[in-house]
Structure formats: structure tokens, C-alpha cells
Design a protein around this ligand. Sequence first.
Ligand code: PBG
Ligand code: ZN
Length: 325
Amino acid sequence: MFHRGRRLRGAPHLRAMTRETRLDRAQLIMPYFVEERRGKSSGPAPIATMPGQFRYSPDELVKALTRDTEHGVAACLLFGIPAEKDPAGKGAYAGNGVVQTALRKIKDKLPDIYLITDVCLCEYTDHGHCGLVGASGEVLNDESLELLARVSLSHAEAGADMIAPSDMMDGRIGVIRNALDENGFASTPVMAYAVKYASAYYGPFREAAASAPRFGDRKSYQMDPANRLEALREAAADIEEGADVIMVKPAGPYLDVIREVRDAFTAPLAAYQVSGEYALIKSAAELGRIDETAVVMESLLGIKRAGADLIITYFTRDLLCQGLL
Ligand code: PBG
Ligand code: ZN
């Protein structure tokens, strides 16, 4: 006698009944880029490195979300692109900053969509680093914490439902948690980009957000792709400091890390299928070399099977609009 694995594969319903992993639309998060424009807006601006993605003005974003929520997009992650950048990233915590403005407009028109905001300085600093930069070009850790807390608080005040710090400064989760707690936002959850690698897969995003560092790289604060145990230390630290949800990023090239973090902690786990993962699939599909939808579904299933609960993916809208989930 041998094992007849095919017995359970013979019919669609049988396969469905015995399927171990499912994608759930409630667990997909769609990223959006919101851009501050001076003068008249000429419509959503296509992002060359990320076909199918756009930079929206706050009003255009409300329109896009109105349509996307009708198709079932339930949660979004907002990134801001200010009109002006400066060494301290002031636009990141300005009361009338682009994300703050968008948050108020969205909350007003679409109170039900769940609004998560990326908290970082790199889109707002002229040097493009995720924290303040010192005299000799080093990215200052402790000096940046207060600013990140201010950004987080300004987002919460403008209507953010969840705060997602992506900067990778040490200690920021605790400082942000404190600032939220002390200002009436004890119920606002924090999703920490806990395990964030210094990845070449962010390339298309940096073009989209104009946030590439002007000098150097992010290796002094983002993680070395070679490291697995370090992921556990980073996740432990962020949970200890008060993170409600932890994230591994990128997703596809780090499925082992997702599994490892899932097995070691009980907190809800998010995985970010980043811009480079998106661009690779889009490009190959445009060349006719792969079946886009099938590859997208398989890539997301892999991320889920590895242990992620939430998935942040630029494919969210496509999948939902096509009725695939
Ligand atoms: C900002 C930030 C980045 C991403 C999310 N937040 C870029 C970076 O760290 O350089 C990447 C997202 C993506 O590539 O889709 N710190
Ligand atoms: Zn950053």
C-alpha cells in the first residue's frame, strides 16, 4: 500500500474542504500615496516604477477610496509626499500636513474605512533619511524619537485609526505609545515595522515617494538581510515597548522569518509585500511571461501559509475589484 494523496485532490469541492490556508479580504491592507500639490491638480499621477499605482491629492484620494471601498477595500495604509522637504521633516507633523489633511477629509466622507498611517521622516526630510542627521552624516537615534512621537500624535489627532512606525529607530515604539497614551489615544493601536530589512526591494517605492536617501544608505538602522535571530530580538523589543501588531518586511523573500516570528510570538503578525515584489510581478506579467492573477494569489497564499495574519499589498485593490476575494 502506498499513500494516495490524490484521493483528496480529485474534485474542486474536496480540495476546498481540505484546503489549509485561505486569504481573507478583511486581512488585506491597501497602501496609498497622498501628495501635497501646489496649484491645480491634474488628476492622479501614475507612478512609473509601480504600474497601476498613483499619487493622489487628498481630494483625489477621497474619490479613489470611495470607489475602492465599494469593491471591498476595508483598510488602507497612507504615505505622504509633502510639497517641501527640510532637514527636520517638519511636514511630517504639520497640523495641515498632507497626511493630516487627507485623514480629515477621508474621515469626513468615509468614516468606515480603517485608516493606518505610515510614520517616518524619510518622505519629509531633504536628506531622505528616516531620522535626523548629525554633523558627520550619522542618523541620530534618540534625537529622532521625539519627532516620531509628534508625527504619530498628529496623525491620531487627524483621525488615524492605527499608527505604523517604519523608521527603525531604537526605542520609538515605547516613546510613541507614551505620547499616544498621554494625549487621549490610549486606544489607538500601534503596528510596528518590527522586522524591517535594508532591502533593495524598496526601490520602486522610493521613486514613488521621492524618499531615496541623498547620501549613504539605510543599513545603519534597517536590518541586514542575512539575519534571522535578530528578527526575534527586534520583534521582542517592539512587543515589550507596546506594539499591538508586529510586521515583517519585505514578505516574499523573508517567508522563513515570517514563520519564525509567528512561532515565537502571539501578537497579530503583518507582512508587507513591498513595491519591488509588486513591480517584479507586474513587469513579468506585462511581458506576458506569467499569469499575473495566478502568481499574485500564489504569492499571497505563501505569505499567509508562512504565518502572516495581515498582508499589506498593492494588489489588494486589483484582487477585490476583480471579485477574487
Ligand atoms: C519609509 C517606508 C519605506 C517603505 C515603507 N515605509 C521605504 C524605505 O524604508 O526605504 C517601503 C514600502 C515599499 O517598498 O513598498 N521608511
Ligand atoms: Zn523612512
